[in-house]
Design a protein around this ligand. Structure first.
Ligand SMILES: [Zn+2]
Length: 449
């Protein structure tokens, strides 16, 4: 629920050079609500330090102005930040809100039940101060629409809709007794909702087009073995260059991009050869492959897997063994990325259980092994926003930039107790330390009163 704050009527002069105290939207004639956040130390998402003693005016869903000790004008809601730090809302570059249960189990569950769990997960994400997620696989587009239409509280969602996987690939979650979707009598419910199984360039193009038709903002292709699937070992390379190139071309026709799931040198190099510009994971790649990624101007969207390491330690399954294979590569990948100056997009790969979503903020602390707090905060805000912007005209949020605090940007803002630039872990205790959460100019939490 949004918190209704007291509206302070202050009949003084207008904000910044006597602008009118209420603003009329040019296109609709609608009166836009205005909120003035006073006395905050503004960290803008890109700078190396915060700027103290600032006031930020929000008009409608956007930041209107950043000033200094200005009078608010009439009919402006005022929030006193008390000198605390104001930062952009956190962005998760890799999550799966449509997978609140394990991929191998979810097809046994009632779809309505799964959706209800996704709604709860989305609400939880926003309550932690994460105002945007890149939902990189799984049918989250309906959830995104419901949130954008104001039916429920949650983050902005950049949905990739259905995964695209080859037969036997990381997205092929069928049981061994399930028929192949195009060999036999139809796939099981999970495959029909979660993964488009496609083999050969023509089928891959069709799958990309189908995913875009369903509302994908970007395309997620499984290009190598994965942990959560049962029948594809980690070392497997999935899809040929021709198939991956077909995906890239079909996405480019819609002016958006392909991101691939890939852990190994072979899978990542093949994807880069095909023109893929976003690599998800990459935990087992060498320094030379990372150099190639950098030379190609590709993004690395990876995770510390700190939570998964703890979780897997108690699991005897073959999937857990695959997971440990991947986790062993984390330190090498992150160390090399830091050395080469590659900004690793901040993501968690949360899925499978509420424990995973709730553990997501611990990614901040896990990354301190390789990056300092300021670097992590930039990854989780302005850098992730650049990655989101690769969606071009498929970007659902076209009115301003995300991940920064500047005039014209979306008003996705957090007021934080403590100094997240000096110690990012203050954001892990979000319940106590994040005092105000604003998304799209609306207040979802405020404990400053
Ligand atoms: Zn994932």
């Amino acid at each position: 629920m949004n918190i209704r704050l007291q509206i302070l009527l202050v009949a003084v002069c207008g904000w910044l050079a006597g602008q009118p105290v209420e603003s009329i939207a040019a296109e609709t004639g609608e009166v836009l609500p205005r909120i003035l956040i006073r006395n905050v130390s503004v960290w803008d998402g890109t700078s190396d330090a915060a700027d103290p003693g600032r006031d930020v005016l929000i008009e409608g869903r956007l930041i209107k102005a950043i000033g200094n000790q200005q009078s608010p004008g009439d009919n402006v809601m005022v929030i006193d930040g008390g000198g605390r730090v104001l930062i952009p809302g956190i962005i998760d570059a890799h999550t799966h809100l449509a997978l609140p249960a394990a991929p191998t189990e979810i097809h046994r569950l009632d779809p309505g039940y799964v959706t209800a769990l996704s709604v709860k997960a989305a609400r939880g994400v926003l309550s932690r101060g994460w105002t945007t997620v890149r939902d990189i696989g799984g049918p989250s587009q309906g959830l995104a629409r419901a949130i954008d239409e104001g039916h429920l509280d949650g983050p902005r969602i950049y949905s990739s809709a259905m995964f695209i996987s080859q037969t036997s690939g990381h997205g092929d979650f069928r049981a061994l007794t399930d028929p192949h979707p195009s060999v036999g009598s139809g796939a099981n419910a999970f495959a029909q909702r979660y993964t488009l199984i496609a083999d050969g360039p023509a089928e891959v193009k069709r799958a990309v087009r189908e995913s875009l038709r369903q509302g994908a903002t970007a395309i997620k292709v499984m290009a190598g073995g994965g942990v959560s699937s049962e029948y594809d070992p980690i070392d497997t390379t999935q899809y040929s260059v021709a198939e991956l190139r077909a995906a890239v071309e079909a996405a480019a026709d819609w002016n958006t991009y392909v991101a691939v799931h890939a852990y190994t040198d072979a899978a990542v190099l093949r994807a880069l050869d095909a023109g893929v510009k976003v690599i998800e994971h990459g935990h087992l790649i060498s320094e030379s492959t990372l150099k190639r990624l950098k030379a190609d101007g590709a993004y690395l969207s990876s995770q510390s897997f700190g939570f998964i390491r703890t979780y897997l330690a108690n699991q005897p399954s073959s999937r857990a063994r695959k997971g440990m294979q991947v986790v062993e590569g984390v330190d090498n990948l992150m160390t090399n990325a830091r050395k080469l100056g590659i900004p690793v997009a901040f993501g968690t790969d949360a899925f499978g259980s509420f424990r995973a979503y709730e553990a997501a903020p611990r990614e901040f602390g896990y990354r301190l092994r390789w990056f300092n707090s300021l670097e992590i905060l930039k990854q989780a805000t302005s850098h992730n926003a650049k990655l989101l912007a690769l969606t071009g005209p498929r970007n659902p949020y076209q009115d301003g930039p995300l991940g920064v605090i500047e005039p014209g940007a979306y008003a996705d803002l957090l007021i934080v107790d403590g100094d997240p630039l000096g110690d990012i872990r203050v954001l892990e205790d979000h319940a106590n330390n994040i005092r105000m959460i604003m998304k799209d100019g609306q207040i979802y939490k405020n404990t400053l009163d």
